[in-house]
Design a protein. Structure first.
Lengths: 178, 210
């Protein structure tokens, strides 16, 4: 019998042998008288130990035994929980940690303003475009968010101050929507 | 929590009253009633001490460790959820304290060759199989006395694994966790502990006969 077989025998006695191995082990035990003897010894030992734990009585009186426990409990409950002493550099670091956090937030805020804020917002601007016409002026307006581009045309005032009209008599002011 | 609260009452004086179940005493103790805790100690002190003694085999150490277990029990009482009985919970505390103590002792002393042989079953493998029941005809008291004597002759590793398996009904896996070793080591230690136990008991029987 090798050790592995012996430990399997024991696991069987203790009910800890996997079920798939039980039948194979039983067959081997049937063929092996030494295994049968060992199995009987293991069962016997387990049997006489069960329910026969030696009885031991505390060798001290209840009062004396309890008084020591009580004193210890009282001592522990009286003792304040001491804060562990911290070295000065750790204390400074503890103080500086939130300050450095604030500084970082401020830095990131400034950085983001510089990166993302553009005073001439191209999505919303009023631009006078160059117009080569002597008679018609135009103003364009583009709104990216509203997906709109508006060109406002108007008649340029002549040097004499009269408004121009188109040849067909329609008003020059037109609105083109894109 | 004021531990002196309600201490004036002596639990032994309440012996005439109907027995209060452990569960109720635990609940009261969890609220800071130390008289209830003292009553629990009164009921279970021998069992907790016995477990410490069975593992340590030293009266003084067993008293100290069992007292430490009661102090820890009081401190951790709020963590007790009632998944097991109070005495089982307390027994686990004392077992863990004993295991810690035994580990410390083991680290302090040099490993002997004898112990190393015992771990690997060097001696027990050579032992003859016990075929006649050495406990037959023994009265329970005498049987327990012999078991106690035999336990005292085992190494602490063998004794502990035997106690945890036979008296605490722990499975291999649970013992391995508590003893911080593999399941294979638990099985091996348990096997050789049983073999040695059987042979020691057979030896006592032979002494009795001669």
């Amino acid at each position: 019998m090798n050790q592995e077989f012996e430990l399997k025998l024991q696991a069987w006695v203790d009910g800890e042998l996997p079920k798939r191995e039980v039948s194979r082990l039983a067959t081997e035990i049937e063929r092996n008288p030494d295994a049968q003897a060992l199995l009987a010894e293991l069962k016997m030992t387990r049997g006489f130990l069960a329910g026969n734990e030696p009885e031991v009585v505390l060798p001290e009186s209840r009062e004396f035994y309890w008084s020591k426990i009580q004193r210890e409990i009282e001592r522990l409950e009286r003792t304040p929980v001491e804060e562990p002493s911290i070295p000065w550099y750790l204390a400074v670091r503890r103080l500086l940690a939130p300050l450095s956090g604030l500084a970082l937030v401020a830095f990131l805020s400034v950085l983001s303003i510089n990166l993302f804020y553009q005073p001439d917002d191209p999505t919303r601007q009023l631009v006078e475009t160059e117009n080569l016409s002597e008679h018609v002026g135009s103003i364009s307006y583009r709104s990216q968010s509203e997906n709109m581009f508006v060109v406002y045309l108007y008649a340029k005032e002549s040097e004499s101050g009269d408004a121009e009209v188109d040849p067909e008599g329609a008003p020059v002011n037109d609105l083109f929507l894109q | 929590m004021d531990p002196r609260r309600n201490m004036a009452t002596n639990p032994e004086k309440s012996a005439e009253k109907p027995v209060v179940p452990d569960v109720k005493l635990v609940r009261r103790a969890q609220r800071g009633d130390m008289v209830s805790f003292e009553e629990l100690l009164l009921r279970h002190r021998d069992k907790i001490y016995a477990r410490a003694f069975s593992m340590m085999r030293n009266e003084e150490e067993a008293v100290d460790l069992s007292q430490e277990a009661w102090v820890k029990g009081w401190q951790r009482l709020k963590q007790f959820q009632g998944d097991s009985s109070f005495v089982t919970w307390m027994t686990r505390i004392v077992i863990n304290l004993c295991l810690d103590q035994l580990r410390k002792q083991k680290r302090q002393r040099a490993e002997s060759i004898e112990l190393m042989e015992e771990e690997s079953g060097g001696v027990e493998r050579q032992m003859p199989t016990v075929t006649i029941n050495p406990t037959a005809g023994l009265e329970r008291k005498e049987l327990r006395a012999r078991i106690d004597k035999a336990l005292g002759q085992l190494s602490y590793e063998h004794r502990t694994v035997l106690i945890l398996h036979e008296f605490e009904d722990l499975e291999y896996k649970e013992i391995a966790k508590r003893m911080e070793c593999s399941i294979g080591t638990v099985m091996s230690r348990l096997f050789y502990a049983r073999r040695k136990m059987a042979n020691l008991m057979a030896g006592y029987k032979r002494e009795e006969m001669s």
